[in-house]
Design a binder for this molecule. Structure first.
Ligand code: NAD
Length: 334
């Protein structure tokens, strides 16, 4: 029996979490859920969006499933998601984007993985005003963080039968910071002779992904480029409602949908649970429950392809719970 930290999240979080738990149960995986509250709900109860028990639970269990959290605007709280990543040193952000046949998108056969460095770059929070009319944000790139993220990308490629890793940077202009990232990537690549390696400048990469995504496989990059290009990749497969993400460190891993808490649909049994279900698929793979993960993934793909029992964004008329119930039946029968 696995014990997993569960954060249902804000807004649509509880709806898509309930849906996902039903699907995991149908796949026969026994999980003891250690539920903790973060986000808006926690502010009411504990006076903070990130109570210590959330961090403690994740440290103890080493694994968590999380719904989206609403970041309060203008209240002085920094993003809870960023705080979680920093507190637990979840240095690798993994964002696979894969075509679901049946979902309208510009391409039919996308299978891309963005590995984004999660702890430094322009997200280090080192910012200040220089007088009243200028501001500076410092971009931090270290050998240590670059080395571990590039290693992560190569190890992921090897474990998942991937052929190529592309390092993405802007080393032609940012000669020191991105130059260091590229230098380290090249050094690490030499230790993985079975995986092809290449590098691309980020602006060119953005164009290539839109024009010839089939040329790419696993891509590894500093934080800001990863933030932007991983959303671009989500757009290539039909949008945020389908794409999961994982934040992985040496001692803990946290799995979540990529989309936010969509407050206007909260409690309406309306939104698509697929991104959260795919986050659970990533989590199950990480836990070694590969067979159950594959069954859920295949059943979801089949349901979407057949076009039955789908939510409105996928062209159907089912509610979140009804889509998940049909998926659970499909998984049980198979
Ligand atoms: P959002 O992703 O919540 O919603 C944007 C729009 O996308 C929604 O109005 C809806 O039309 C659509 N959408 C999102 N998820 C969907 C789903 N599962 N099914 C169908 N349609 C879906 O983005 P936002 O409105 O910019 O952010 C709302 C809140 O979420 C903010 O407080 C933001 O900070 C937070 N947020 C949290 C996370 C996270 O916890 N990881 C990520 C992004 C945004």
């Amino acid at each position: 029996m696995h014990t997993v930290t569960l954060i249902k999240g804000d807004g649509i979080g509880p709806d898509i979490t309930e849906a996902t738990l039903k699907v995991i149960e149908a796949a026969g995986v026994k999980i003891k859920w250690d539920e903790v509250r973060a986000g808006e709900g926690a502010i009411e109860e504990f006076g903070t969006p990130l109570p210590a028990e959330v961090i403690n639970s994740l440290k103890t269990n080493g694994i968590g499933l999380k719904g989206p959290l609403t970041t309060p605007i203008g209240s002085g709280f920094r993003s809870i998601n960023v705080a979680l990543r920093m507190e637990l040193d979840l240095y690798a952000n993994l964002r696979p984007s894969k075509t679901f046949p049946g979902v309208r998108s510009r391409f039919e056969d996308i299978d891309l993985v963005v590995v984004r460095e999660n702890t430094e770059d322009l997200y280090s929070g080192v910012e200040h005003m220089v007088g009243a009319d200028a501001a500076e944000s410092i971009k931090i790139i270290t050998r240590k963080a670059s080395e571990r993220i590039v290693r992560f990308a190569f190890d992921y490629a090897l474990e998942n039968g991937r052929k190529k890793v592309t390092a993405v940077h802007k080393a032609n202009i940012l000669k020191l910071s991105d130059g260091l990232f590229l230098e380290v990537a090249r050094e690490v690549a030499e230790k993985y002779p079975r995986v092809e390696f290449e590098d691309r400048i980020v602006d060119n990469m953005a164009m290539q992904l839109v024009q010839k995504p089939e040329l790419y496989d696993v891509m590894v990059m500093p934080n800001l480029y990863g933030d932007i290009l991983s959303d671009l990749c989500a757009g290539l497969v039909g949008g945020l409602g389908l794409v999961p993400g994982a934040n992985i460190g040496d001692n803990a891993a946290l799995f979540e949908p990529v989309h936010g808490s969509a407050p206007k649909y909260a409690g309406k049994n309306y939104v698509n649970p697929s991104a959260m279900i795919m986050a659970a698929v990533l989590m199950l793979k990480h836990m070694g429950e590969k067979e159950a993960a594959q069954r859920i993934e295949e059943a979801l793909a089949a349901q979407i392809k057949e076009g039955k029992d789908l939510t409105a964004d996928l062209g159907g008329s089912a509610g979140t719970a009804e889509m998940a119930a049909a998926l659970a039946e499909r998984i049980k029968v198979n």
